[in-house]
Ligand binder design. Structure first.
Ligand code: ADP
Length: 455
């Protein structure tokens, strides 16, 4: 087992990884930007190294600085968390070249899945159902040709896409022209490549993803699904598991398809396969070759510490259990709490005057925040994840309502009021929602606001 792990991340996920390491008797090295010198993960880690100025590209994305920090401190492995360098195959390769273990899959597997076009091809080969789609689009004419082949509506997506960027829908030929140009421009600005492709645009799907774990010896398990359909701008806001849309038979069927596919792909470590689910059918979207933000809900119902498993697998340990040993209990829901205005979603960094996190049975809060902490303006605005677990979905909902009521974050605006509103809507309570529900709800809310009177 490793003696020292460097955590190449910040915020709550850095803390999450530190906790898993400490419970395994592993020492930790925090790396941080100048702005994060007082961050909780820096305070708690055994050692800390400043790797650069505030901008991510000068610090958390600065590969030579991170590798130097690992070499200087004698770390034998690096955990990349999520975001930043977590899906960067060049980084994984560089880490391994320096004799340090990258806690994640191989660079080759990351490359295959990081490109949505090759990932689709690999998925088809491995027996996964995919959304009908095109190869890389070469011109507007090519795009129109494919749109007509697939049938409207379609969505144009960036090959290297992530975070919901570079995606444009089109309902007819004229819209394809515009969507093609816009998606390429957005992809070029956000990612290194402007290569785009097309998929059938499903109109009322749910986003259902499957968590997998695979060791280096071909043992693969799935840890069930997560329903992440409550989204705004293609970004997840609330996640729950099990999905209210699936029954036990459907769950077992897709679980087995996924498990077999991962075996065929020879993938190792933790990963998530994202699907759209509509009218009883699954359509593979992409695979994330890293830890997911919403992993704690799976941990709640499976009792498995996913970060611990990532570290064990990377160190060469066998899983030590098989699918039949995995059991699920109860229901879990996660709310992502952002330091943002809950109506305009404008980030609201600043000083936290008072912080009181909810507690009690079945409540987990993953956050780097403490009273007196100042949220820097340079990074993602998510400041906490509230995860509740109950025997039934209803019990989890009641617990979530109670926990949100208890939360006190004074000094900055947060999305807690919005979360409270969402979970009190009939459609959410009944589990009757798809990926468009939240945006429609927000639109309705906006339209029902009294307008300024004309003079
Ligand atoms: P990213 O990698 O940017 O997160 P994904 O491919 O995972 O992109 O898609 C993110 C979200 O965009 C999905 O959860 C879904 O809401 C929407 N989406 C993507 N592809 C489709 C599609 N073919 N039909 C309908 N919605 C889609």
């Amino acid at each position: 087992m490793f003696e020292k792990v460097l955590i190449a991340n910040r915020g709550e996920v850095a803390l999450r990884i530190h906790r898993a390491c400490r419970e395994m008797g592993i020492r930790t090295v925090a790396v941080h930007s100048e702005a994060d010198a007082n961050a909780m993960h820096v305070r708690l880690a055994d050692e800390a190294v400043c790797i650069g100025p505030n901008r991510s590209r000068d610090s958390y994305l600065n590969m030579p600085a991170i590798i130097s920090a690992a070499l200087i401190t004698g770390a034998d492995a690096i955990h990349p968390g999520f975001g930043f360098l977590s899906e960067n195959a060049d980084f994984a390769e560089m880490v391994e070249r320096h004799g340090i273990t990258f806690i994640g899959p191989s660079a080759e597997q990351m490359r295959m899945m990081g490109d949505k076009i090759t990932a689709r091809a690999a998925a088809i080969k491995a027996g996964l159902p995919v959304v009908p789609g095109s190869p890389a689009l070469e011109s507007v004419e090519h795009a129109i040709e494919w749109a007509n082949k697939i049938g409207y509506p379609v969505i144009i997506k960036a090959k290297d896409g992530g975070g919901g960027k570079g995606m444009k829908t089109a309902f007819n030929d004229a819209e394809v022209k515009e969507a093609y140009t816009m998606a390429r421009a957005e992809a070029k600005a956000a990612f290194s490549s402007d290569t785009v492709y097309m998929e059938k645009y499903l109109q009322k799907p749910r986003h259902i993803e499957m968590q997998v774990l695979a060791d280096k010896y071909g043992n693969v398990v799935h840890l069930g699904e997560r329903d992440c359909s409550i989204q705004r701008h293609h970004q997840k806001v609330i996640e729950e598991c099990p999905s209210p849309a699936l029954n036990q038979q459907q769950r077992e069927e897709i679980g087995e398809i996924v498990r077999t596919a991962i075996e065929k792909l020879g993938y190792t470590n933790a990963g998530t396969l994202e699907f759209l689910y509509e009218d009883g059918k699954f359509y593979f979207l992409e695979m994330n070759t890293r830890l997911q933000v919403e992993h704690p809900i799976t941990e709640a119902i499976s009792g498995i510490d996913i970060v611990r498993e990532q570290i064990r697998i990377a160190s060469g340990a066998t899983l030590g259990y098989s699918q039949k040993d995995i059991t699920f209990s109860g229901h879990a829901i996660e709310c992502r709490i952002n330091a943002e205005n809950p109506e305009t979603f404008i980030p609201c960094p600043g000083k936290i005057n008072e912080w009181h996190a909810p507690g009690g049975l079945g409540v987990r809060v993953d956050s780097e925040i403490y009273s007196g902490y100042t949220i820097p303006p340079y990074y993602d605005s998510m400041i906490a994840k509230l995860i509740v677990h109950g025997k039934t979905r209803n019990a989890a909902l009641m617990r979530l309502r109670r926990a949100l009521e208890e939360f006190v974050i004074d000094g900055v605006q947060t999305t807690i009021p919005l979360q409270q509103e969402i979970i009190s809507q009939a459609e959410f309570i009944d589990g009757q929602y798809n990926i468009h529900w939240l945006e429609k709800f927000l639109e309705k809310k906006q339209n029902s606001k009294p307008k300024a009177k004309d003079i």
